[in-house]
Design a protein around this ligand. Structure first.
Ligand code: ADP
Ligand code: MG
Length: 343
């Protein structure tokens, strides 16, 4: 029988990586969230070969201090919480301090950053090794660039589960869409193999937001959408729901955000489905981009590490509010826009 021993940090990180990093899209999510947490106003995403060969994410956020750079790559190293009490009120997207450690254990990663007010930029590089990364001088404006190459270069078994370049890129693009729909105040760009896929300026006014939605999703959607802006019982709902004339054969254009984070929630889906029940043909799916805002204390978004699930304190209240708001909005549209199944 083997004796008990501690896993090496590298192996521990690789195992942990299995939960965070399944494909390039997951890496993009983590790195863009880090950029948002750093207060970035502009985020550039470059991908090559579906993101497997290369991902480069550049931001103009507050950067990382020289002495913190090697720490950023360590497991359970975070600047976002200190005590358990902080967790109750955590406003940042990250706080586990796992992402960079996990990602760097299965890729060749270079982190370059210049902190606000710092004179110089510095770089650390890691290739799944256990040793502490050394810090070298670099050229970079205030902000951070993460360059991640050769996903799963050292874990061939995981590499085998990657799909085609096209499929990986479409997952990646979907992730970017969700992030770009969650922060209109931030400019985003996405390039794939040198080609510009999305170029989004920051959008404050409703008309500019609608332009962003049109360019990310579909112009016809926004042209035939009902604008929602409702408030009741401490809940606020904003966004757009597609008219029944813009229904889809798949549930592929459904974006729901709770306090700014995208979620997939049964209760929410059910409420929206009910609202459309009388105006959509069977088998057709509505399109929507909706933002629900409520007191953060009334919702737990950290049920799952990927944070796509939520738990509402009062699910009934949320369900009824969604149903009633959308049912009314759809009922108010012209009768000839109802019960038509196009697209
Ligand atoms: P978490 O986001 O959960 O704190 P990460 O592993 O994603 O953990 O990041 C570790 C730390 O590195 C963060 O807490 C933050 O201090 C720093 N960091 C990572 N990315 C950036 C970035 N783009 N800009 C500034 N700081 C960053
Ligand atoms: Mg993070």
């Amino acid at each position: 029988m083997s004796r008990i021993h501690l896993l090496s940090p590298r192996l521990a990180n690789q195992i942990a990586a299995g939960e965070v990093v399944e494909r390039p899209a997951n890496i993009v999510k983590e790195l863009v969230e880090n950029a948002l947490d750093a207060g970035a106003t502009r985020i550039e995403i470059d991908a090559e070969q579906g993101g497997v060969k290369l991902l480069r994410i550049r931001d103009d956020g507050h950067g990382i201090e020289h002495d913190d750079l090697p720490l950023a790559l360590s497991r359970h190293a975070t600047s976002k919480i200190i005590t358990l009490d902080d967790l109750e009120a955590v406003a940042s997207l990250g706080f586990r301090g796992e992402a960079l450690a996990s990602i760097s254990s299965v890729t060749r990663l270079t982190l370059t950053s210049r902190a606000q007010h710092a004179e110089e930029a510095w770089s650390v590089h890691a290739e799944g090794r256990d040793m502490a990364a050394s810090v070298t001088p670099a050229a970079h404006p205030v902000g951070t660039t993460l360059e991640v190459r050769d996903l799963f270069f050292n874990t061939p078994a995981r590499r085998k589960f990657l799909r085609t370049e096209k499929t990986e890129f479409s997952h990646l693009e979907e992730t970017v869409k969700r992030l770009a729909l969650s922060r209109y105040d931030v400019a985003f760009s996405l390039r794939h193999n040198g080609r510009v896929i999305h170029q989004l300026r920051s959008a404050e006014r409703t008309i500019d937001r609608e332009k962003r939605v049109a360019s990310l999703l579909n112009k016809d959607f926004i042209d035939s959408a009902v604008h929602i802006d409702a408030e009741a019982v401490g809940l606020q709902l904003q966004g757009w729901v597609g008219l029944p004339t813009f229904s889809r054969s798949q549930a592929d254009m459904q974006y729901f955000f709770v306090n700014g984070r995208v979620v997939r929630d049964k209760l929410v889906v059910h409420a929206i489905k009910q609202a459309y029940r009388d105006v959509l043909y069977h088998g057709r799916h509505p399109a929507f981009v909706l933002y629900l805002w409520l007191d953060p204390k009334l919702v737990d978004v950290n049920v799952h590490p990927t944070k796509h699930e939520v738990r509402f304190r009062d699910g009934r209240l949320v369900h009824d509010f969604l149903f009633r708001t959308l049912h009314k909005a759809l009922g108010d549209v012209r009768p000839d826009d109802r019960l038509a199944g196009s697209t």
